[in-house]
Each structure stands twice: as C-alpha cells, then as structure tokens.
Unconditional design. Sequence first.
Length: 673
Amino acid sequence: MPSKGAEWVLATKDQDCTSMNIGSRGDRIGMWGHGINIAWESPFRDRFETFIFSDRPVYKPGDTAHVKAITRHRNGDSLTLGGKPATATMVLTDERNRTVLTKPVTFTANGTWADDITFPDTTTGWYSLRLEYPKMDATGNPLPASANGDDEDLQIANLELRVDDYKPNTFEVKLEGTRNRVLGDRVKVPLTARYYMGKALSSAKVSWSAGLAEDYVPPAEWADYHFGDAPDFWHYGQKDRDDETADSDEEESQLSWGAHGELTLNDDGTVDIEMPAPPLHKASLPQTVSLYADVTDVNQQTISSTTEFKLPGADFIVGAKKHSWYATAGKPFAFELAALTPQGQSFTAPVGLDVKVERMEWNTVRVEGAGGAITTKNQSRIIEELKTSVQLSSSNGRASAGTLSFTPKQGGTYFLTATAADAQGRTVLTRVPFYAVGGKGFPWSLEDGSRITLQPDKTTVKPGEEVSIVVKTPFAGQALVTVERNSVLRHLVAPVSPENPVVKLKMTEEDGPNVFVSVIVIRGAADSPQPDPMPEYKVGYCELTVPSDRKRLFVEAKPSSDTVRPGEELSVTATVTDAGKQPVAGADVTLYAVDEGVLSLMNYLTPQPFEFFHMPMALAVNSYSTLDSLLEEALDDRYRGNKGIVIGGGGDDATPVPPCARISWPPPCGAPR
C-alpha cells in the first residue's frame, strides 16, 4: 500500500488487533546483501527528466553548436508531457565557471527544445550548458524566481561541450581482422592507412595492442545449447564459498592474455601486425581477439582503429541442451548433445564423449564472530552421481548428435560434464550446470539471518514469457510473492518448500524496463520443529530485465544519393514507425550532417533518448514485519540488558525503590491501565 506519509498500520480481524510502525526503520525488513539497487528517495516526487545532446563532441572557438533537449514529467512509472509546455532557463558557463550566456527556454508541445549556441572566439576547454527548471506549485504552475533561491531541490539538466583548436582527421586507418592469417604460433593482421584524398600514408609510426574479447557465442540456431565450461558464478570445484551465486574473484580469467608492439608503415601505407597466438582455450572453444592500433603521421596527428576476429580452437566443439531449466528428484532429465565446427557449421564425423554427472553438496557450519554474533560458513564438495559414455553420430548430413537421460536422487546443484579429443589430441569440454528440486533435506548453501537466495532461470525476460524462480528456502511455508518497482505491481500467495521451491511468473509490458521479485516465506509457530517454537520468516529478492519496444520509435533515413560533391545539395527522407511498423505522424525528427573526421576525434555516440528515458529503475518498495519484535520463547535467547541490576539511580538524592513490586495483570475491570 502507498504510505503517503503514514506512520502506523493498524490491522484488525474479529477480536484480534495488531499494529506496525512504518514511519521508522524499526519494523522494516532490511534489503542489504540481496545485490539489488535500492532507491533512496521517493519516486513519486514530480520532476523533469531531460535528455540533452548536440551535433558533435568537439568545437572550435567561435563555432556554433546545434543543441537539442527532450523533456518529460516523471512521477513514479508515469512519463508524460505534462499539462502545459515546460519552461526553463539556459545557462552556458566556460571552464572557469564564468557565465557566457543566459536565456529563457520554452519547450514545444512535443516536449522538445532546439537552439544554436555560438562559443566565444577566445576561451577553450570544457563548457557546461545547463537547463534550470523553476519550482512548481501544487497546480503545476511555475513559482516566481524569488521562490527558487539556491535550493538543492532545483532541477537541473546538464550537457558538457568541448571547445578546442583541433584539426579534423586527414587520414583513415583500417584494420582487416577478417583477413587474419594463422602461421603456427603467430597471427598476422593487415593494416592500411590512407589520406582521405586517396594517397597512401608512408613511414608513419604504428602502436598496437591485442587482448581476448567476449566469451564464445554460438550461432542463433544453436543458442539453446551450452558450450564450454560452466559460468564462474556456479563455482564448480571451489570448496569454500559463503554464497553459491556470488561473483568469483578466485577463478583465473581466460581473458588475461595480451600482446603489444610498435611498427612503421611501408611506403604503400600497409603493414602486417604480427602477434603471438593466444593459448588454447581451456575448453578448446574459438576465441575472439580484439586488436587496437594507433597510427601517427608526420604532423603528429594520431588516428586509431579497432577490429575483432575469431581464432579456431579444436576441430570441433560440443554443446549440451537441457529440455528444462531444472530437474525433479526421482524423474528422468534429458540432455541433447551435438558437435559443431569452430565456424558454427555441422560436424558430421562420429564423436565419442566421456560423460559424468556430479552433484555439489553444501555443508553449513555456524561460526561465532566478534561480539558473539553467529554467522554461517558454507563449504561444498563435488560428488559423482553418474559416469558413462555417449556416441555422437550424424544423420542425413546433420550435426553429429546424441542424448543422455539422468535421474537425480535428490535436489541440489548438478553439473553435466562431457569431454572428447580431436585428431590433434586437443581436449574438448562442455560443462552444463542445472538444478534439481524435490527430495528430502535442504540442498543449498545457507544464508545469514533471514536472507535467502532467489535463482531465476533467466534474468532477461520478454513480455509474455514465463520465468521460473527457485526459492532456496530452508523450511516450508506460505510465500508472499510480489512483483515490484515503484509500487507493488501484482502479488500472489503460494506454498513453497525445499521439496517444491519453484515459483513461476509471467512478465507483461508494464514490467519494462525492469522489475524486482520479492519472496517472503513465513512459517507459523505451530509448524516449527524447534523445542521452543516461534514464527519465522525468510526473504529474498532478484531483479529481472524486461525489454520492450512498445514505446520505441524507429527511424529509417534514406539519402537521395550515396555520394555528393562539395557544394552540392542532398535530400534525405526519414520514415518514423512504431513497434507495430505503422507510420507515426507528427513525430519530432532531428537531422545532423557532420564531418566523420570530427566525430571520430572523441568517439561520438549517436544519441539514444529511448534508453535514457527507459533505463532500469531502483527498487522503491519497502517490506515490513513485526515478527522480529516478538519475545523469544526460549529463555536463553531473550535479550537482557544491565538496566535494573543496580536498584534506583539518577542522582544521589534519589529515593531508593523497593526491590520487590507487584503488579496485577490484567488489572480489575475499570481500573486505570
């Protein structure tokens, strides 16, 4: 429920009554340690969100910048144009924070503003362009300037602009990664540098560096298959982990390889960059090399270029596909295995695989820390559950494939590992992690306090898709499941237990760009197996990205010609469509034509207003519970301070209080309480 400044919540049922303090942190459930972004102010404070951009990243003194701003009213999830066009004050300051220009600004009915800003002829450095919005009254009308003052609540949008005596790029550099040549333990990549007028750049200095880029990404048709080792966050083979899904800082990264060097261009403006080949991938997967090069001409102008290219690993790679995200104890769980070439084509020769399935068993030890605080230490070990062989074979020219069925005996974290060797003796490996639910016992690592882990089968879920979330609760109970962001979007109550820990949710368009799933599991005292039963709760959070193009506009620009001579005119036709590919009338379109040599000076990025206005939000919903305030049933667990050990106090003249006092409870009817 929206708090709206409330301090207490009062709940009654029949003759029962309870209250909860929501005006302080006393009854609030802490969200520390869940790895989510938490909002620190109310999202329902009406404010402007403004996206400002310009035609290029750098200007010369005296140049004119073409600046544009798009603004919207934000209140929670609501993003609107507002009741009337917004107004603001534009302030331009130089690098010494001296005011260069001040002028009033009025946005159009579409919520846009555009203007040309001319820089002084003398001062270089960083200029700051600010849009300062006046405060609004309760009806949305701007307050007079005298009411604004120097208040930290004044809303400001800012754009940094660079002014320099630069020189446009006079030449271009091309790295042709697709033409790489592997010569034993060396790799060669051709580089070409030419002036824009066509002449070759000769005898220029070249400085280069190379490293390994992203992990292997299979072709789209094999996207459901996993290739290579298990992701680091599954912590395969790591014995001591306090959190089985925490980031790993112990795994030696495959991306640590690098190389660098210096060269001189030949007279024809070309040179081959020669580097040592990176070591073979630990799973013999193809590797992506990222190459960066700087070329400096005789005028000391430096232009850079980058490229990426793939190096093959073994003769083939093996992928494994699960038919479901999690298995169920006591029921068969199927895998499909297939072999591809490093280029992503079907590998049709027979492949013999050695396969094993292992279970990660967690043992939790309670450790007494400083001040007597009790924390948990989780230790894991790998237990082999199955060892067999699978033969992959081809049918009708398709990729060599095979299947495997495994029946887990209990719930927990499992790994399927398949290995083979190619004709050169290179080891090919794929290791697929998966969960099994059901069975007896608690198969997960145990968190401190009331925190539990929520493990979704995917963190990016499209509208209309379903997400399965494993709730790693150590006990059975009723779960309050909520989908939240700036408010509780929807909720359900469902039973969960270590034997049946899965919650399924379907995402909607309203969930974009992101939502948080909260699960609070409650077990009543009547169901507690403890000698001194008390009601208990556990809480977990996870964040889901929900991409949606429902509110995105798509722009297609078509020039009348692919080439144009200096002084000639060029017409450009722009077509704006919505997510349904229907034309949109009345859209505000911005067109800039800028020298590519200027844009490349500071790596200019095309403005993306959609991503700005629909970026992920922080969680602005708090949960509360009075269970932590209950008096412990176990006498040894009750907190006792030392107040009252020494009778009386508060001054030398205080009258001693008798050590024995008697209170009748409840008092007689009609007596004061």
